[in-house]
Ligand binder design. Sequence first.
Ligand code: NAD
Length: 298
Amino acid sequence: AKPNIAFIGLGNMGAPMAENLLKAGYSLSVYDLSEAATQRLQQAGASVADSPKDAASNAQVIISMLPAGKHVHSVYLGENGLLAELPKGTLVIDSSTIAAADATVVAEAASNLGIDFLDAPVSGGTGGAVAGSLTFIVGGSAHAFAKAEPILAVMGKNIFHAGDHGAGQVAKICNNMLLGILMAGTAEAINLGVKNGLDPKVLSDIMLQSSGRNWTLEVYNPYPQVMENVPSSNGYQGGFMSKLMQKDLNLAMQTAQDTKVETPMGAKATELYEAHTVENGDKDFSSIMGRHDSSVLS
Ligand code: NAD
């Protein structure tokens, strides 16, 4: 029989992930601070809870998709923290992108209570969340990974076991540091072409078939109206907020500093996003295009 699932955090990513679980026949109890977020899931067939504890009361599996480490800490270990309420043997899957050290703290507290915790951050963007084609990058025990795999396979296509607690988060921030560099670089290249008379779509098509090809050109072009159904063609709404990219770049920089690893390109991308988020934190991260060409933001 399918386990009952409690899903906490129904934002740009969590909502479509939870909807895919419902479509696959899982019964879901959901919680989010935002009523608009829970209403969407209620319409899709979930039951809406008043608190994380309420959501978890009849669940064997908990999944969370929250903005940052402080939210994860608060939900699991804060006042009325969820861990203390869960029966032994519950499986907790946190798919938020947070510091590996924060994930390890929650994992150890869970382990002391006989609860399995996995860090399972994702890649693939909101498009991947809707399509159920996310990449899951999992840290934790082999036993917990085996329990989680069929559930993650409903929301994702590639499920990786990166290693022990925190390993999923380390792999994820390496990926997102590279993504930040690629997005900033792609925006810079398109701008150079446009300012020299090229059509952004023509230039993008050329680079897509040339050695500058990368994920941002393939599925997430930062210049408005080059692609349909991407944030840049929708006023940079939805998607992956710049402030969340900045969070991830900061996590990468902190890790690099702690382990004395040089990341000069990552440092530059962090600097660019830091300046950009002052005014554009809630816009999708491809809005870094506007740093070069402010007309795209209006
Ligand atoms: P989001 O801000 O759209 O959604 C977060 C949701 O969590 C919101 O609905 C918010 O109300 C809710 N929330 C916050 N605190 C809460 C609490 N204490 N209890 C219950 N709900 C709470 O963010 P998102 O884009 O869905 O991203 C979630 C995580 O996934 C982040 O860590 C992000 O870095 C990561 N991520 C995002 C993307 C993307 O493309 N958007 C891709 C991969 C990974």
